[in-house]
Design a protein around this ligand. Sequence first.
Ligand code: G6P
Length: 648
Amino acid sequence: MCGIVGFTGRLQAAPILLDGLEKLEYRGYDSAGIAVAAGGGARPDGTAEGGDARPDSTAEGGDAQAAGSAAAFARPDSESAIEIVKAKGRLKVLREMTDDGRSVPGTCGIGHTRWATHGEPSVVNSHPHCAKNKRVAVVHNGIIENYQDIRARLTKEGFTFLSETDTEAAAHLLDKYYSGDPVEAIGKMMFRIRGSYALGILFADRPGEIYAVRKDSPLIVGRSEEGNFIASDAPAILRYTRDVCFIPNLEIVKLTGTEIHFYNVDQEEVEETFSQVSWDTEAAEKGGFAHFMLKEIYEQPKAVRDTVSPRISEGHVNLEELGMSQEELAKISRIQMVACGSAYHVCMTAKYMVEQTARVPVDVDLASEFRYRNPVMEKDTLVVVVSQSGETADSLAALREAKKLGYRVLGIVNVVGSSIAREADSVFYTWAGPEISVATTKAYSTQLAAVYLLAIGLGRAKGVIGEAAEKEMTAELMRLPEKIERILEEKERIQWFANKFSYSRDIFFIGRGLDYASSLEGSLKLKEISYIHSEAYAAGELKHGTISLIEDGILVVGVATQSGLFEKLISNMVEVKSRGAYVLGVTSYGYYSMEDVANYTVYVPKTMECFAASLTVVPLQLLAYYMALGKGLDVDKPRNLAKSVTVE
Ligand code: G6P
């Protein structure tokens, strides 16, 4: 949610900032902006030479409206050494305005791509924000909760606010406190602001220096021979470096082209360690696919394989990385799962799966509810937080709440070193690699795989399943990737159907048991990217109200893979069909009687019923993808959404 990137070093900053922002567009894309500081001009080869060689021809006057957009240049202030360019709309508007960054020279700068929270998407509300005379420029991710209070006080003191954003309060506070020592000013600001923030800061009289600070919103530092970086997420800088450090909470960082210094909240210098990101740049590129979403759908077999295979040896699930002995595992009396969005649907699947396999009761909560509901939990409850990004604000808050209450927390997380990964007692990484598309696909599939492993390991530790059952289950788990591949080979069937129905107004998904959990995910995928209204219902519940919405031609997707529930689901499908619905059946090979009811049937390979969600989700993802495509929508950047929701 909002992307930040910064660079200082030997190269021109603006093209690097734009490149980085492009990789972060999944975090927000309603406007974008950059601030580049003078100091260090450019040689024609793109490297920098000393001194302020900023050509004076770069000043573009006025609020120039870019064709077809409300984009505008901010007029460079002659008194300031910081030049700011902002544009409403996608990053490409900013690219065009700055000639891909070439028209904004300078080797030190910060950039931002916005997901609006306070104030509509507009040039004036887009970042960077500055204090008077552009003495200070700030980019921000997060929410400053007491900004209205700060704004009122500072206005009384004579500060003028131009935007509706919470961020501007930070810019003016920094200006107020700055008297030559940036770290001191940032430290003072930290005591005044509440909420969450990752900030990238330029001070006009400190050329070549970037300052950064974070609380509860992610921010990393990267270093390279050519210079140093800040970024919200590693893909933004992978092209230049893999040598990164996740800035610890409440720490301040000073970057020059050659040095990086960390300070704690008391402004004392502290040492931090860097680590290598193993993801390669290719993983964060589209690699020939039309969209990241399609690429990531196709990466699912590998992602599941990478998540499962290191944890299975000789048919046995190895959960050593949890740091819990078999006795400790056996003692778990209850599991409390918390997550948001698709990760919440994984938890719903886990409830069915873990309860059946390990006979441990599982409670599932939305993180945003859990954190405020003062939960009653048993002593030996294991709290499991599931999150792709590891930064979702509500999931992180739920984790902290659980820890405060004294419970052990396990994080199922995709991003190594993320906040949830660092704060959980144990981490079980999903090895999906970087997921760029806003609508999650491969991370979801790896989260499913992770909960299967957890269920099997727990079932064994508790003696609910024996060695033979464990072997049978792990062997089938290892076969899931090739079964997903088989579904992808037949994608045309679902593609054809999706094109036919892409202008549907309402779609209902129904399922029972595990298939209900899959229906929830299918429905969410669809509404996220195709903007078609859709709802998922436990099929037996439909007749208690919602069936009144079924009318001629409405599409109902019935998911049925559970033998004990198959006939029941078929009856529910008959009920909606007889009220005019057009019925799409999603089932496993073998259940051919589906065709007696469904108008159109999609089959997935047979697997053990407890793993069926991993297969049925694939046609549902493809359905959403091709419906959105059929409507000509931007699949990877759906309106109003952001991939990493780091605000409450
Ligand atoms: C956002 C994304 C969803 C995601 C949810 C939780 O809403 O758009 O796709 O499922 O956040 O994200 P997390 O990173 O915690 O899994």
